[in-house]
Design a binder for this molecule. Structure first.
Ligand SMILES: *Cc1c(COP(=O)(O)O)cnc(C)c1O
Length: 492
């Protein structure tokens, strides 16, 4: 219902008393929503994947904006009736696609406060506590991860952007003054620069090459071994071949916890190659990074403290609401060389004594993201976080055991961290009939996702069509895992 002309003001914001009333009803709504998705009673839990067709929204909402302001109650009613049931529920414990994540309650509360302060920490003077809290909380995180406390870090929105920044650093360090002179039309005085990563690397690396003008074809994919790790020898050969042909190798990307399979490259071997060749080593631990807190998983990270840069996404497996990605970099001065540009209106009297975060990246404006990481680390504590990560890893192992104990299922890769790669392989299908196996697994995935009680996606490993089951939501329990496996069985 549209409000009448005289009931709305044409200036100013909602009165604070009215804000209080709506904030109460919204917090009640959120609590009820969380209570439902966390419910042990499956019939109370909403679908994780909605039953919705493309362009559904056009029929439900007006094409033009309201000319007069509307009531909060009406806006919220449409949110509840049109938005919520028609969007994928990432906070639902039955979400096992991509990487399963959680916006913890403490993180949700922090987001509320971040919006209220509306801080923009472009420079220290425009966000003093935000700038300094970012430094503090990233040294907390480094310490918890077993990295040096002094390791310099910076918060971005996503791993894609963090990685792009790291590659920009490496491009700057190559000494060809790309920042000033660009790459195009230089009459051959700049060699083609090359970036190396395993064939399982995330597409964000290719996108960084595209964005930075390095060219997607200069992102060289190195084959993996049977443990799905980059073959170090093949990497060394590719670098040698490229150097002989006149290319300039600038970056190797090593992954801890690949997106497809959770596998990890042999980081200490990559460190040795990169140190010998003076190549920038970027470690992509966007998802698995928090597991470095667990002593029993530290070997996967062995050597990463010697990498030039590391990316970790606390919005993936550290219970921080999306978005928050951390880039650690051993040489922030190179980031500064690549990006610092200070127009007159951004000069401040403190410039000599403080860190102005705008100097280290492409963005000027920045949200107060460190607040939510600080809240989350304080609320759970490092031990609390570790216990939860271990629980997710144990639940993934439980799922893998159910798969392995069933004659018609198999795991298609070693179980790493909290990710299980598996497939349906009924005994009646002949060994090696990959065409049939791909079809029945694709059909199974489609049937499951159409029903929407659980959500799964697939990948291909060595060309084998594979379903993925990721665990990482704070509400996921043993009962969810057992029900999920039964549900998959029922759909075969
Ligand atoms: C998810 C993921 C990314 C991309 O993360 P965004 O924050 O969505 O850009 C990159 N690398 C790995 C290994 C990932 O799992």
């Amino acid at each position: 219902m549209t409000q009448t002309q005289d009931s709305i003001k044409h200036w100013g914001d909602m009165p604070p008393e009215e804000f209080h009333q709506h904030a109460r009803s919204i917090s009640a709504w959120i609590a009820e929503y969380l209570e439902r998705i966390a419910s042990e009673e499956p019939s109370r839990v909403p679908r994780v994947l909605p039953n919705v067709q493309p362009n559904f929204l056009q029929e439900k909402l007006p094409a033009s904006p309201p000319m007069l302001g509307e009531k909060v109650e009406d806006i919220l009613r449409d949110f509840e009736n049109i938005i919520v049931p028609n969007t994928t529920q990432w906070n639902n414990p039955n979400f096992h696609a991509y990487f399963s994540i959680s916006a913890s309650s403490i993180g949700i509360l922090a987001e509320f406060l971040i919006a209220a302060l509306n801080n923009n920490s472009m420079v220290w003077k425009s966000g003093q506590a935000a700038t300094e809290l970012e430094r503090l909380v990233l040294s907390w995180l480094a310490e918890a991860l077993g990295l040096p406390r002094e390791l310099w870090g910076m918060i971005f929105d996503t791993a894609s952007v963090s990685t792009m920044q790291a590659l920009a650093c490496a491009r700057e360090r190559s000494g060809f003054h790309v920042r000033e002179r660009g790459l195009a039309g230089r009459g051959g005085d700049v060699p083609q620069m090359r970036v190396y990563a395993s064939e399982l690397v995330h597409s964000s690396i290719d996108k960084a090459c595209i964005t930075l003008g390095l060219g997607a074809e200069n992102c060289i994919k190195i084959p993996v071994n049977e443990r799905l790790q980059m073959q170090t020898e093949a990497l060394e050969q590719a670098i040698k071949r490229d150097k002989e042909a006149g290319y300039l190798p600038i970056v190797v990307v090593g992954v801890v916890g690949t997106t497809s399979a959770g596998s990890s490259d042999n980081i200490h071997e990559l460190v040795a190659v990169c140190e010998r060749e003076s190549i920038w080593l970027h470690v992509d631990a966007a998802w698995a990074g928090p597991a470095a807190m667990l002593e029993e998983w530290r070997d996967r990270f062995h050597g990463w403290e010697r990498a030039d840069s590391i990316v970790i996404n606390p919005h993936k497996w550290l219970f921080v609401p999306i978005d928050l990605s951390v880039l650690y970099c051993r040489t922030p001065e190179v980031l500064k060389e690549a990006f610092s540009l200070v127009p007159e209106y951004l000069k401040t009297t403190e410039d000599g004594q403080v860190e102005n975060m705008m100097d280290y990246g492409i963005q000027l404006g920045r949200r107060f993201r460190s607040l939510k990481l600080w809240f989350v680390m304080r609320y759970f504590g490092v031990e609390g976080i570790k216990a939860r990560l271990r629980e997710h890893i144990a639940l993934a192992q439980l799922f893998a055991n159910l798969v392995n104990d069933h004659p018609d299922f198999e795991c298609t890769a070693p179980v790493e961290f909290a990710l299980v790669c598996f497939r349906y392989k009924p005994q009646h299908v002949a060994n090696g009939d990959e065409v049939t196996l791909e079809r029945i697994n694709a059909d199974l995935e489609e049937r499951i996702n159409t029903q929407g009680q659980i959500f799964l996606v697939h990948t291909k490993l060595h060309n084998v069509y594979t379903l993925r089951f990721a665990v990482g939501n704070l509400y996921t329990s043993e009962a969810h895992i057992r029900r999920a496996f039964d549900h998959i069985l029922k759909n075969t």
